[in-house]
Write a protein that binds this ligand. Structure first.
Ligand code: GCU
Length: 676
């Protein structure tokens, strides 16, 4: 028996209200399918599975209508081909003689899949379908998930068990779980998955060799059925490590030839191979710097190899000095990506995309948007989010991240005047990029519920939905997800929705304050350790002393990072009075007595938010208790346990942070609450 937690948002619960069910039966009981679309195509299979489960009938599939009302499925023809593109679809109801014809037209096989999932989502929410007139296509081109999975089965920053892709150093022989993942991913519009960690170790380096390509190709076959292309993270030193060459210099002819042959071999096995994801010269990974070359030299060499086959190179911008001396106050990690990449604007081949993390540091609970968005007008760029909750509670805490991502996407870079939103960089429209889109580090593993915390499924769902259309609201996405996952009971929807929507703020409240970041235990990054990274080599400091805290990133007295933004933003961030409270300590070093725009002092803000955050975490539990009996006991109990742990850990965060700052500053809490 497949559990409810395994089914995630594809529950397909039987519709119990007879009137509603009958209306759907009338409309969907007869599927009219042209000969060109196989009854066994994944889209049609999915539709039949769902109809059986939700409506309790076996739909009749025929080439001509056999009922007065029916559901017609077709591939686009004529003008619609271009209108919809291969990923778009149209769903429209129209009156016919004695009934209603509901038509789904897919621009291509992917469009058909997405259209089916859209319709099933509406049915799951018990929405009427007899008046539908929907035309959709994705706003962004590349909609990827990055697995940070290793061949040994472990997952870097994975919080939901072991990898579903690998077992004991090999690609898993049982790919049914990968198929189910592909279904989930396709249901929210994902069209690319890179299947191995960006830190490419020994075994994975050989994935691109003829010895292992047949295995990789099996995974590609599974993904392809759902409109998902396979990508691989590659090791820049592969020519040495698996090619037997003495160098990986991108300007060396033998190296170039090796990559070209390698690309050809890959496409022999995987004709629609997406391309390479590359982490180079970053955190000790090999790269072009070793040979005195730059990132463009490295990326372009790979791009040339892939170009004949239509492949792309996704080159990550997470490049900084990870061996910094904490005594060195002139180096600022936040500056690094911009400083490395903006001078290269315009020198990358057109099948290279730079993948940029949403913030300049590393997926903290709060960061400003990376200034690289908006800084390169002649270079393809894509956004990298982190769905896996490395710094946001590791799927032991509830933290619905869609509001955070939305904030990043709605940020106005002012690169081309007002309205130059990050979402317009990511969808390619702002600078007319050839390639663009999104990637995110996945949060799944082989836990029965995929994501460790059942409510963390909402982040995977939400990521896909948001990047399909960044205009959707976080609330709307939450609502969709809850209905499909837990049903349509109003109380369930209200409670879970409230919990999700407040959870990011709650997490921020009891962890690192005012944008300063870190304060987590080194290495595993779970739990509070205020000075854990303060004297380390990672460039992640808060500089708290007895008088104040924060990083001066202004132009006059600090690292100058604030000037990496366009004028309006640079001015706001560079001024401690104008800087938004939530980012104050990212940009400024201020006394504890500095007054925020909220009217509170920094120190009082720290105390207040930490007391409040711990209370809010406690309250999450109480809200959940109200759902006992309204949702299945297995998922109810599991989430209750997670929330209990979260409430406890939030107290730990509260007391450690408050105590630390009380001891540093000597300033008592104005409300006299207990600080140790
Ligand atoms: C973070 C994370 C690493 C990861 C790196 C990356 O630093 O902790 O595990 O490898 O990001 O994005 O490459």
């Amino acid at each position: 028996m497949v559990s409810k937690s395994y089914k995630a948002w594809l529950q397909y619960e039987k519709i119990e209200t007879v009137g509603i069910r009958n209306a759907y039966i009338k409309q969907l009981g007869n599927i009219v399918l042209p000969a060109e679309i196989s009854e066994f195509a994944p889209a049609i299979r999915e539709l039949k599975v769902a109809i059986r489960a939700m409506l309790g009938i076996e739909p009749v599939v025929s080439e001509r209508p056999s009922n007065p009302s029916y559901f017609r499925i077709a591939m686009a023809s004529g003008e619609e081909v271009e209108q919809l593109g291969s990923e778009g679809y149209r769903i429209r109801a129209s009156r016919v003689d004695a009934g209603t014809c509901l038509t789904l037209v897919g621009g291509g096989t992917s469009g058909l899949i997405y259209g089916v999932f859209h319709l099933l989502r509406l049915i799951g929410a018990n929405e009427p379908v007899s008046e539908l007139d929907i035309c959709e296509k994705p706003v962004s081109q590349l909609r990827m998930l990055n697995q940070w999975d290793n061949a040994d089965g472990s997952i870097e920053r994975g919080y939901a068990g072991q990898s579903i892709f690998y077992r004991n150093g090999q690609i898993s022989e049982r790919l049914d779980r990968v198929r189910d993942y592909a279904r989930l991913a396709a249901s929210v519009g994902i069209n690319g998955i890179s299947i191995n960690n960006v830190n490419v170790h020994k075994t994975e380096t050989a994935f691109i060799t003829p010895g292992l390509l047949p295995e990789v190709a099996k995974v590609a076959d599974v993904l392809r059925a759902y409109g998902i292309r396979l990508y691989l993270s590659v090791n820049f030193a592969a020519p040495i490590q698996v090619g037997g060459l003495a160098t990986a210099d991108p300007l060396d002819a033998a190296v170039q030839a090796w990559w070209q042959e390698t690309a050809k071999a890959i496409y022999d096995y995987i004709p629609d191979f997406g391309g390479f994801v590359v982490k180079a010269d970053s955190e000790h990974r090999p790269g072009p710097f070793t040979y005195g070359r730059d990132h463009a030299d490295g990326a372009n060499m790979l791009a040339d190899a892939l170009a004949p086959f239509g492949g792309i190179v996704i080159w990550r911008c997470f490049v900084y000095n990870c061996m910094q001396d904490w005594r060195d106050r002139t180096t600022d990690r936040a500056r690094a990506a911009y400083d490395h990449f903006t001078p290269l604007d315009g020198s990358f081949k057109d099948n290279v995309i730079l993948q940029i993390k949403n913030g300049p540091m590393d997926f903290q609970v709060r960061e400003p948007v990376s200034p690289l968005f908006g800084a390169m007008t002649k270079t393809n760029q894509m956004m990298e989010f982190q769905v896996t909750q490395e710094y946001t509670g590791q799927q032991r805490h509830l933290c619905y991240l869609v509001p955070q991502w939305k904030e990043a996407l709605d940020f106005d870079t002012h690169a081309q005047g007002e309205g130059s939103y990050v979402k317009r960089v990511a969808d390619g429209s702002l600078f007319g990029a050839k390639h663009s889109g999104f990637a995110a580090v996945s949060n799944i593993g082989d836990d029965d519920n995929w994501t460790g915390h059942t409510l963390a499924q909402a982040n995977l769902y939400g990521y896909g939905r948001l990047i399909w259309n960044p205009e959707l609201s976080a609330q709307q996405i939450a609502d969709e997800w809850i209905r499909q996952t837990f049903g349509n009971d109003d109380q369930v929807i209200n409670v879970i929705s409230r919990m999700l929507m407040g959870s990011w703020q709650t997490y921020e409240n009891y962890t690192a304050p005012l944008g300063v970041g870190w304060m987590v235990a080194p290495n595993h990054h779970y739990g509070p350790d205020v000075d854990g990274y303060e004297y380390s080599r990672w460039g992640t400091y808060h500089f708290a002393d007895r008088d104040g805290i924060g990083v001066d990133r202004t132009t006059n007295t600090g690292t100058g990072y604030s000037a990496q933004y366009h004028a309006i933003n640079a001015e706001v961030y560079g001024d401690a009075v104008k800087c938004p409270d939530e980012l104050l300590l990212f940009f400024h070093h201020v006394p504890y007595t500095h007054r925020l725009q909220s009217g509170k002092t920094v120190i009082q803000h720290i105390y207040d938010t930490h007391f409040e955050g711990a209370e809010q975490a406690d309250d999450l539990q109480k809200q959940w208790f109200a759902l006992e009996g309204l949702i299945d006991s297995a998922r109810y109990g599991h989430v209750r346990e997670r929330l209990r742990e979260q409430a406890q850990h939030a107290k730990q965060w509260r007391d450690i942070i408050n105590t630390y700052f009380y001891r540093k500053s000597g300033i008592p809490d104005a409300q006299g609450r207990t600080i140790y």
